[in-house]
Design a protein around this ligand. Structure first.
Ligand code: CP
Ligand code: NVA
Length: 335
């Protein structure tokens, strides 16, 4: 296994901008090694006696559970601090809470609304802080996305991702950063109203081109998916955007990932196509939100298709988050 994560010791991860392409690949290598060890039931206590605080303002299934299980499997203890569990915001300022947590814990994961909150936590806590999702970024999700793609195709370089949906949310922006650093071709397929800042896309495209890839925004779905190896989508209204839900459904209906889109990639028959979704997903009538209106961002047929890798991707949240914690906190060389 290649890649050395020594340089990540003591560091925070707030967005993937914090990592060079080499560091990102080293982290994915470490995640693959840790996954392999877990498959052989090896628990090496790489985080033994470490303590991790999980400060979450928004709800979470995968990210919270990935931090908890990854910590437990390597001997660390994770303490969940929900929105109303501590004094933050009501009786205590953010810098004070950060300094207290930094005196008690070895690492801190934060999930919440404003990205500046995680920036402030990292500034004041004096321990590694990991962004577990903010309105703007979801870097640990992108790590699991890249691991899932790499273990399917054996490489990242030169592969084509077509993302369809809300083109400027935390998940797609993190994926764009990761794809650019790894020399992948990514098309962000979204209506003009939801397109990311063109100057940022230009910057990401330059970064991708330097590594052999490209980043583009296209508004027409069938054009955008041609040649794709990865079809990716996310919810149309993110946490905190509940009021925009109805208008998003109307705007994004033509961007639902369907079997027609999968066929239009040209890679369905040759087995060079996977479907990914960070989850949770509205793919059938089985949630309160979709009971009446049915599937939203992806059809049930695609979600349940053999080329859908969404549960491998969810599992990979554990391995990549474990790699991140081990790389940030471990003091010995990992054999
Ligand atoms: N993908 C993801 O972050 O899921 P949760 O919101 O369940 O953590
Ligand atoms: N974009 C979604 C991702 C959920 C994991 C949200 O922020 O709600």
């Amino acid at each position: 296994m290649t890649g050395n994560t020594k340089c990540l010791r003591g560091r925070s991860l707030l967005t993937l901008m914090d990592l060079t392409g080499e560091e990102l690949k080293a982290l994915l290598d470490l995640a693959a090694r840790l996954k392999e060890r877990r498959a052989h039931a090896r628990r090496d206590g790489l985080l033994r006696y470490r303590t991790i605080a999980l400060l979450f303002e928004k709800s979470s299934t995968r990210t919270r559970c990935a931090f908890v299980t990854a910590a437990a499997e390597e001997g660390a203890t994770a303490e969940y601090l929900g929105l109303h569990d501590i004094h933050l915001g009501s009786k205590e300022s953010l810098p004070d809470t950060a300094r207290v947590l930094g005196r008690m814990f070895d690492g801190l994961a934060f999930r919440g609304y404003q990205h500046d909150t995680v920036v402030q936590l990292a500034r004041h806590a004096g321990i590694p802080v990991w962004n577990a999702l903010t309105d703007d970024w979801h870097p640990t999700q992108a790590l699991a996305d890249l691991q899932t793609i790499r273990e399917t195709f054996g490489t990242l370089q030169g592969l084509r991702i077509s993302y369809c949906g809300d083109g400027r949310n935390n998940v797609v922006k993190s994926l764009i950063l990761g794809a650019a650093k790894c020399g992948m071709h990514l098309v962000d397929c979204t209506p003009p109203q939801l397109a990311p800042d063109p100057s940022w896309i230009k910057e990401m495209d330059r970064c991708a081109q330097a590594a052999g890839g490209s980043i583009r925004v296209i508004h027409e779905p069938l054009e955008a998916v041609a040649g794709a190896n990865v079809l990716y989508t996310d919810v149309w209204a993110s946490m905190g955007e509940e009021l925009q839900f109805n208008e998003r459904v109307e705007l994004l209906r033509p961007y639902q990932v369907t079997m027609d889109m999968a066929s239009a990639t040209g890679n369905l028959e040759n087995g060079r196509l996977i479907f990914l979704h960070c989850l949770p997903a509205f793919h059938n009538h089985a949630t309160d939100v979709t009971r009446e209106i049915g599937a939203l961002e992806v059809s049930d047929e695609v979600f349940e298709a053999p080329f859908s890798r969404v549960f491998d991707q969810a599992e990979n949240r554990v391995h990549t988050i474990k790699a991140l914690m081990v790389a940030s906190l471990e003091s010995e060389e990992i054999k």
